[in-house]
Structures are given as structure tokens and as C-alpha cells.
Design a protein around this ligand. Structure first.
Ligand SMILES: [Fe+2]
Length: 371
């Protein structure tokens, strides 16, 4: 999604000279509209990417199915549905996807959920420097990502920096997963915000500087000041490394406690409703929290890093369970956030082992919880 009524289509072709052009319309096979964009490519040690095309199309009507074809126009027709203009809206939320059989079952369940927008808090392909795995990840998610907006932020597996051989971070991620950062006043693809159907959604960067003098901190402070709760009654944040976590995995990482100590006050004062994280390969839901204590004015913290990557589950937990942790379980799955109206949303966590009808954890979230 780019702005309130546009969408960026991104695709990669092997053949150079393919036009960065998308033709589209609201009926199958009929494309009265056409838009042009840019083509880029990148090098990673000896790997040369295909041509990466990015085209922004629109203005588009809300809650409408558009049919489209991409250059060189020999590929099949795709279609996507734009998000609704207002409530209700449904989000699928899952991090740490990878490309295993577990990933496939997660994606299969998500595809049946009738979601409007995907929110992905980092760790996408687990290419881990093997660039062809970015291409296979693209093919794996294409059936879903070509149909709905996928809004992502980065995880540690996207860094792909190697001493001497490749000194730049996020080369592939930034080239392949271009997000609408400029539209929110950000200068980095690693953090940005966007608004959809009554929600202000902030994507933070665990692996970009986050201290009080950093560009990300200043941007976040400004971004939160711009939020109009009448227009967007809900404010949601995604970040890769969780600020609250009672799993043994990833304890004591600077990206978690350092970012929390820098930015928790900003989110608390802005009355952020929910903070989603990944990184830990399990599911955990906290109560509303501020500075490690239950606080009715703080956000609900949810770890949803159980998409299904090759590293497996994080099964060991700190014992006894902290009181602020309400539900925790190491199983693969995904989350769904049904925002019904300006005051009520239902969050549910779905295990892959279960039929889609079975919801393992579910709560109603009310807004405002605190004035
Ligand atoms: Fe991670």
C-alpha cells in the first residue's frame, strides 16, 4: 500500500528490457489503466539479481478487486482486493516465516482467513546470504502477496552483511521489499508508518539505530504526534525483536532491551494499543504492560514469531511464568486481528496443528482502555 489509495506492485524478471509497466482494471481481461515505474537490480558478492520492477498504481477504489498484468505481459493475470475504507478490517499477522513445510501450512491457513492486509514483523525468507532463496521465497508467497497488500518490516535474517565480502546491510531486503517509507516522512526503508481503514500502523526497525538521538527515534516521536485518534482510533506497532518475552530464546539481546528502554515511553504516552513482535519462534500474549508491570494504559504485547522457519520452535520458557504473560505456547501458527469498529477488535491465534476452525487463544481488545 502506498498512501490512502495506491498500491505498489513489485515483481522480478530474468530477462532485461522488460517494461516496468502494469496494466489494470476492475474486470478480468480488460485493462483500461496503465502505470509505469522503475527497474532496479542489485549485486551480492557473485550473485546478480534479476530485474526488480516497482510500479505504483492508482488511485484505486476501496474494497474493490482489481485485475492486473505485469510486463512483459506474457505472465498470467493476477488480481488483488484493496482494503476497505473503514471498519471492519481484518489483518493476518505472522513473523519468522521462512520456507519450510510448516511455512506452507501457515500460508495455507492464512489464505483461507479472508484477511485484508498482511502484517509481517520480520524474518522473511531465511535466505541467510543464499540469494536464490530470496527468489524461491518470492515464488512461495506470490499466490498470497499478489492478492493482498503485504506490509513488512525487517528482522535479523534480512541483514546479510558479511565482513569484507559484503559490507552493506539489508541489500536484498531493501531491493526486493520496498515499503512506502517516504510517504510517512521516514528516510529509511527499515521503518515507516501507514494508515488503513481507521488504523495507524507503525513498522519499527530493530536493526536500525533506535537510541534517543537516532533518526528513527526522532521520526517515531514526530509520527506519533501526527496521529489523529478521531481519524485512526487504533495505533498498532510492529517490531522484530520483542520488548517483552518470557521464552528462554533471545533473552538479553540489545535489540530488545535497548530499544525498549529507548522507546517504550513514546509508545506508552501515545497510548499505542498493540505491539506485535517476532524473532522468538513461539506465541506469547502479555497483558497491557508498562515498565514490566501490568498497566491499563500500556499496549498489549504479542509475540507471533511462529510462522514456520527452518530453525524450528523455541520450546523452553522462563519458569515460573511472569504474571504479565497471559498465554504462551511453542507451536507454529498465525494471528488474526479483526478490527470490528473504533472501539472493539478481536485478536485470535491459530495453531497450524488444528483445523482453521479451532482458535487456540482469543481475546476482545477494547479501545480506549484508558483515558
Ligand atoms: Fe529473528
Amino acid at each position: 500500500m502506498v498512501g490512502s489509495d495506491k498500491m505498489r506492485i513489485s515483481w522480478i524478471t530474468e530477462d532485461s528490457g522488460t517494461p516496468a509497466t502494469v496494466k489494470y482494471g476492475t474486470s478480468p481481461g480488460i485493462y483500461p489503466f496503465s502505470a509505469n515505474g522503475d527497474t532496479t537490480k542489485y549485486k551480492y558478492i557473485l550473485f546478480k539479481s534479476g530485474d526488480i520492477h516497482n510500479v505504483v498504481i492508482g488511485p484505486l477504489k476501496p474494497n474493490t478487486v482489481y485485475y492486473y498484468i505485469c510486463g512483459p505481459f506474457s505472465s498470467p493475470e493476477f488480481s488483488f482486493k484493496t482494503p476497505p475504507a473503514g471498519f471492519p478490517i481484518k489483518f493476518a499477522v505472522v513473523g519468522d516465516l521462512g520456507q519450510t513445510d510448516w511455512t506452507k501450512s501457515t500460508l495455507d491457513h492464512i489464505s483461507k482467513s479472508n484477511y485484508d492486509v498482511m502484517l509481517l514483523p520480520g524474518d522473511l525468507s531465511y535466505a541467510d546470504t543464499l540469494q536464490t532463496l530470496w527468489d524461491s521465497f518470492g515464488r512461495l508467497v506470490e499466490p498470497l502477496a499478489s492478492r493482498r497488500p503485504w506490509m513488512v518490516t525487517q528482522g535479523n535474517h534480512e541483514i546479510e552483511k558479511i565482513p569484507i565480502l559484503h559490507r552493506q546491510s539489508f541489500t536484498s531486503y531493501n531491493a526486493r521489499w520496498l515499503m512506502p517509507f517516504e510517504q510517512s516522512g521516514s528516510t529509511s526503508n527499515l521503518y515507516y508508518s501507514f494508515e488503513v481503514s481507521g488504523l495507524h500502523i507503525i513498522m519499527l526497525g530493530s536493526y536500525a539505530d533506535f537510541g534517543p538521538s537516532s533518526a528513527q527515534y526522532k521520526w517515531l516521536n514526530n509520527d506519533l504526534k501526527k496521529v489523529d485518534r478521531k481519524k485512526t482510533p487504533w495505533v498498532i506497532v510492529l517490531v522484530h525483536a520483542p520488548w517483552y518475552n518470557s521464552n528462554n530464546a533471545h533473552q538479553g539481546e540489545y535489540e530488545s532491551y535497548g530499544m525498549k528502554s529507548s522507546m517504550e515511553d513514546l509508545l506508552f504516552k501515545a497510548r499505542v494499543d498493540i505491539v506485535f513482535a517476532g524473532h522468538v519462534h513461539a506465541y506469547e500474549r502479555f497483558t497491557r504492560v508498562y515498565k514490566d508491570k501490568a498497566n491499563n494504559c500500556g499496549p498489549i504485547y504479542i509475540t507471533i514469531g511462529d510462522g514456520g522457519n527452518k530453525e524450528g520452535l523455541a520450546t523452553k520458557y522462563i519458569d515460573p511464568k511472569p504474571e504479565i504473560s497471559i498465554f504462551r505456547e511453542a507451536s507454529f501458527g498465525h494471528g488474526e486481528l479483526d478490527v470490528v469498529n473504533a472501539t472493539h477488535a478481536q485478536w485470535s491465534w491459530h495453531r497450524n496443528d488444528d483445523d482453521e476452525a479451532v482458535i487456540a487463544d482469543s481475546i476482545w481488545i477494547t479501545n480506549p482502555s484508558c483515558k
